[in-house]
Design a protein around this ligand. Sequence first.
Ligand code: ADP
Ligand code: MG
Length: 260
Amino acid sequence: MMVVTERLQEAFEHLGWSRIPEILHQHAEEAAAQNRTYLDFLDGLLQEELSAKHDRFIRMKTRMAHLPYHKTLDQFDFGFQPSVEERRIRDLATLRFVEHQENLVFLGPPGVGKTHLAVALALEAIKRRYTVYFTTAHDLVQTLQQAHLNNTITQKMRALTKPNLLIIDEIGYRKMDETAAHFFFQIIAERYESGSIILTSNKSYGAWGEIFGDSVLATAILDRLLHHSTTINIKGESYRIKEKKKAGFFRPDTENEKTD
Ligand code: ADP
Ligand code: MG
């Protein structure tokens, strides 16, 4: 018996199976007590191993996606933000737009849930085994400028073109200088009709000329970005402020709207 246990242990290690060793003895006892068939017993073990493997895969892909936080669609309170139609977001969560290499843009003031929704869709995409990478516009441009100086721009561009879904958060919080805007354009152009982008911005499209310091470049960027795309315009109150109000950071006389 000892020999079998040791041999099994070795086999599991060799195969890289980590879940079965944890549950083997309990499953074996239960199977004996319940008179389950050998096939049924084996099936139960393998299903557990496969499910653990899937969980490990999702965890690894989530780490690689660089998400700023972990928030799901179920954690989004659609009641609080009526300008976000739940049906539309659930439809986007089918990820047809990723399958078709289309883009998605969330526009709206700070705190209305743009990043939350982008992250939630990213998590759905990871579950469906799409590759995802999240970056802020600022980090994206800095990384590209650094890569340009280090002569690694080709590799970096390839790394940013490869994921099925690239999320570029917070366009418009800072203006871009000429080289930054140029690199930004290149990413959009490289991914055009080859991979999806989710983009968030606090500025309406009309103000994008200012962000890029060049209205011709802004038009070229918008042209490619919006050709196959959906825009979700979020109009509403900041969720962060709602939470602060609840906690009493705002005095009633400074409020111009009723709290719940
Ligand atoms: P922004 O639009 O500035 O990107 P975020 O998406 O980061 O804002 O939202 C700010 C915070 O408020 C996050 O913690 C987010 O999870 C939360 N939040 C925003 N809107 C909602 C909502 N409708 N339901 C639940 N949480 C929300
Ligand atoms: Mg945000």
